[in-house]
Design a protein around this ligand. Structure first.
Ligand SMILES: [Zn+2]
Length: 273
């Protein structure tokens, strides 16, 4: 198959971005979607268009996101705990862990060296960040156990298998991630399996494999916006900074998450060197 050029990528990105706006049932953020099954570009949870939920769910998630914007993390977490308790799904526990990580990152960002009395203040932020990181790990492992139990006892489904996969990736457990892909293969969901293989390649630090997998997902319009992120990631790893800069700038119109922001900073730093 011929390699896809930048111009063609830009056209495919526009096609992917022209999909309908769908809200993630786990984080409430808006996504541009072209398929019934899609992966949220903010929390990376898998969604299905036919999923029925309480009509109060989206207002409740909007409230959590509002509190996060205002940096009221403790209130946001308390509000999310209420939502999480209504749905017995590990994907909600995973989203909860992501919010804890966001709070931990915020505490790290508060560490400054340019203020009087910074030593004591910095120590407080550092301690909070470290406690939150431990809490994140505990919650993530709890979600992983819940996934494993449900798959073992209730038989599982493609969505649970995906949650198990993403938890294993974030926890840095490639063996468990591979096992999750094997479970996913039972459900005849080749595009989800292809997506997982792309993410695992990135996790294992294999940019050529990641690029190939991302290109194929984009070509077939399977989770295309997410695949564009991994394509950009592989461009960075392969030293293609100019293409990566152009792609990430376009992508940032449609995707708003910390991973893309960090990638753009890395591209900027490389280009300024
Ligand atoms: Zn989401």
């Amino acid at each position: 198959m011929a390699k896809i050029g930048m111009q063609q990528y830009v056209r495919l990105l526009e096609r992917a971005a022209a999909g309908q706006i769908s809200k993630c049932v786990y984080c409430g953020n808006e996504n541009r979607t072209v398929n019934d099954t899609w992966i949220c570009t903010v929390c990376e949870n898998i969604n299905y268009a036919g999923t029925l939920r309480d009509p109060n769910l989206f207002p409740a998630l909007d409230n959590v996101n509002q509190l996060i914007d205002e940096r009221k993390y403790d209130e946001a977490l308390a509000a999310y705990e209420k939502i999480m308790s209504q749905y017995n799904e590990p994907a909600y526990i995973y989203r909860y862990a992501l919010l804890i990580m966001e709070q931990s990152n915020y505490e790290v960002s508060c560490i400054r060296y340019d203020r009087p009395g910074f030593m004591e203040e910095n120590a407080v932020h550092r301690e909070r960040a470290s406690a939150l990181h431990s809490k994140w790990k505990r919650i993530m492992n709890k979600a992983l156990v819940a996934c494993n139990d449900e798959i073992a006892n209730a038989g599982g489904n493609q969505f649970l298998a995906y949650t198990l996969f993403i938890l294993a990736i974030k926890l840095g457990k490639p063996k468990t991630a591979k096992r999750a892909i094997e479970i996913q293969e039972r459900y005849n969901t080749p595009s989800v399996v292809a997506y997982e293989n792309m993410v695992l390649s990135a996790e294992l630090g294999l940019p050529h494999d990641t690029e190939k997998a991302a290109a194929e997902l984009i070509r077939t319009m399977s989770f295309p916006l997410n695949a564009f992120y991994y394509l950009t990631w592989s461009m960075v790893k392969l030293g293609q900074y100019q293409d990566a800069a152009g792609m990430s700038a376009r992508l940032s119109i449609y995707i708003h998450n910390d991973s893309l922001r960090a990638l753009m900073q890395a591209i900027k730093a490389e280009r300024e060197m």
